[in-house]
Every structure is written in structure tokens, then in C-alpha cells.
Design a protein around this ligand. Structure first.
Ligand code: SAH
Length: 347
């Protein structure tokens, strides 16, 4: 982004109501805001000059005050095994993030990043190794969708906030993104088609529940005791398993939406029969679903697993009456697990 642009208002990060306020401040009529909104979020133009139902003078005024951000595709990796495509995007300030497009039976799903890097320090995760750089703006989360749809020609039908970063550590920008994404005059995506994954920032789970968005909450659990969870997920020192499960129950009660728990299976760390039993005790009487993921090996860590172990652990859980599945592996030939491509690129 040029220095001049940095002083301008990032128009794609405004909600429709905020854009209206800005347009009224310029002494223009309210309906102009809706016209601009549709150029930005339906026709997805990148230049004010394309907004042909506005006068040249007004367009000039807009480009003096606002900027329309964009992302650059630094790398695009297409899987030869399935239709997964992984994008490495360059942000206006030169930082990089990853976005993954995946095909499922019901359509295409997009996994988006919410931060540059991550401060959560989960031991098995590549996104956190080089630490945290900054939060993504609402526009930068949204643009991952717009640019990927533009590049691929594919209409994305669902979004998962499971890329680089901890979405609930960037709460205001992420919720603004959700508001823009679901705006009836824009992308109009039902938030029932959105999943948000968190490592467990407990107060923000309550805040999210109170928003009543209707999205699916995925909680990265990965262990059944505080001792074990704290070992691999430092956030557990701040909010322990009991506090996390209480927040999940509140979310369930408030939204009526079943929670999905992620469990990255790691050989010799969290894959024993005893741990399966503990999981079943933890979820007793709670509407939930456990998604088992054989941990993806990252080169900086020794953790390993495989699909066979995941199926064995799932069967143990099912025998104990727990609703469990093994997550499908997509894009295994292109390291589709988050954080790995960015790390290669930034080193
Ligand atoms: N910060 C959020 C979302 C990003 S990570 C969270 O923690 O949920 C998305 C999911 O991938 C999380 O469940 C995370 O624990 C998991 N994950 C990270 N690294 C992984 C790896 N190497 N193997 C398997 N799952 C991993």
C-alpha cells in the first residue's frame, strides 16, 4: 500500500451502516451508500472509476478519502489428489497469509486466516512458531473470499475461520467481517455456513454466544486433562478445561448450535484408551461432536500420527457413546495445513 493510501479509510472494512454515515458526512444522499456498497460487495470493483452510476466528481471525492484494498497472489498450489487449492496472499503491507479452497460434497469451502502469525503458542502448530505480527482488518479477511472466487471462478458456499491466527483474539475485526459477509445487500452469506475455530479464549466465547450469529463453533480441545492440555496449548494455563466446557455449554444454550470439538491426535501424547474414556466423561450429557485429526507433521516438531490411529481412537470413542468422526484429509500433497506455506516463504 502506498503511504498516501495509509491515511485513507479502508472502505471494505466498513459495515453498510458505517459507510452510510461517511456518505452522509460528505453531504450526499443515503441511497448513494447502497450504490457504492453494491459496487464493492456484489460487483466487486477495485476502482472508484468503475462506479458508473456516480458522477465523476463524486468518484474523485471518494478516491481522495477512501481506498479499496486488494491482495496479491504470491503463490497458488493446486493439489493433484483432490481439488484443494492453497493460496499464499500478499497483504498491502507486504505480510503474507494463507487461504485454502476445498471441495466437499455440498460445494466449496474456504479456510481463511484472521491474523498474521499467532500468539497462542500451540506446540504442534506451524502458524505460531514465528510469533504474532498483527491482526487482519475485516477487509483483509473478506478479500480472501473475493480474490479466491475471482481467481478460481468458483462460488464458495461455506467459510471456515481455521487458517492462520486465533479468530477470537481479533474479535472486533472478525465480527465486523461476519457482519459484512452476511449483509443482505452484499455477499448475503448465511452465517449457518460459517464455522469459527478457537483454541479457547473463554470470555470471547461468551461474547460470541451473545451475538447469536448461528455459526458453528469449533473448539480445539486436543487433550482431556489440564496438565496435558497446558503442555501442548499454553492458553489452557489461562482458561482451563472446566472453564472452557462451561463456556461451550453457555454457547450451546444460547444459540442452540451443537459444538464441534477438534482433537488433533498425537502418538503417545493424547491417544490412549484412558484419554478416550476421559473424553466421554467430559462430554457426558452434552450435545457435541468430536472431529479427530491425525496431527500434521510440521518440520519444526516431532509430533506424528496417522489415519489408522485416528480411526482406532474414533472407534474407542464411538464404543463409549461419543459422537466422533475422523476429519477427511484434503490437499495432503500441498501441505494444506495452515501456516506451513507462509513459514517457508518468510524464512
Ligand atoms: N486458532 C484457532 C484456529 C486456527 S488452527 C484454533 O486454535 O482453533 C485450526 C485448527 O488446526 C485447530 O484445531 C488447530 O489446533 C489445528 N492444527 C494446528 N496445527 C495442526 C497440526 N500440525 N496438525 C493438526 N491440526 C493442527
Amino acid at each position: 500500500m502506498t503511504e498516501k493510501n495509509q491515511e485513507k479509510i479502508d472502505i471494505l472494512s466498513l459495515s453498510q451502516a458505517e459507510l452510510e454515515d461517511e456518505i452522509l458526512l460528505l453531504g450526499e444522499k443515503k441511497f448513494r451508500a447502497k450504490q457504492i456498497w453494491q459496487w464493492l460487495h456484489v460487483k466487486k470493483v477495485r476502482n472508484f472509476d468503475k462506479m458508473s452510476n456516480l458522477s465523476a466528481q463524486f468518484r474523485g471525492k471518494l478516491s481522495d478519502i477512501f481506498c479499496i484494498k486488494s491482495l496479491i497472489i504470491s503463490k497458488r498450489l493446486a493439489s493433484n489428489i483432490d481439488n484443494t487449492v492453497k493460496y499464499l496472499y500478499e497483504l498491502p503491507d507486504g505480510n503474507h497469509i494463507e487461504t485454502v479452497l476445498m471441495e466437499y460434497n455440498h460445494g466449496y469451502s474456504l479456510c481463511v486466516s484472521t491474523q498474521v502469525g499467532c500468539k497462542m503458542g500451540c506446540r504442534f502448530c506451524a502458524s505460531t512458531i514465528a510469533g504474532f505480527k498483527r491482526n487482519l482488518e475485516p477487509s483483509e479477511i473478506l478479500l480472501q473470499l473475493y480474490e479466491t472466487e475471482r481467481d478460481s471462478g468458483i462460488k464458495v458456499s461455506s467459510i471456515v475461520l481455521m487458517g492462520i491466527g486465533e479468530p477470537l483474539d481479533n474479535f472486533d475485526n472478525v465480527t465486523k467481517f461476519l457482519d459484512i459477509l452476511s449483509d443482505k445487500d452484499g455477499s448475503n452469506m448465511s452465517l449457518r455456513h460459517v464455522s469459527l475455530s478457537t483454541c479457547g479464549i473463554v470470555p470471547r466465547i461468551y461474547d460470541l454466544a451473545d451475538k447469536s450469529y448461528g455459526l458453528t463453533l469449533s473448539v480445539s480441545l486436543h487433550a482431556t486433562t489440564d496438565a496435558k492440555r497446558s503442555e501442548i496449548m499454553p492458553i489452557n494455563n489461562k482458561y482451563n478445561i472446566n472453564e472452557l466446557i462451561s463456556a461451550c455449554k453457555y454457547y450451546l444454550h444460547k444459540t442452540g448450535r451443537r459444538i464441534s470439538f477438534e482433537y488433533a491426535l498425537i502418538d503417545g501424547v493424547n491417544d490412549s484408551k484412558e484419554q478416550a474414556k476421559e473424553l466421554s466423561r467430559l462430554f457426558k450429557g452434552m450435545q457435541s461432536h468430536i472431529n479427530i485429526i491425525p496431527v500434521n507433521k510440521i518440520k519444526e516438531r516431532e509430533f506424528t500420527s496417522n489415519r489408522k490411529s485416528a480411526i482406532r481412537f474414533r472407534d474407542l470413542l464411538i464404543d463409549l457413546g461419543v459422537n466422533a468422526t475422523v476429519r477427511r484429509t484434503l490437499g495432503s500433497d500441498i501441505d494444506a495445513a495452515c501456516g506451513q506455506l507462509r513459514r517457508e516463504y518468510e524464512i
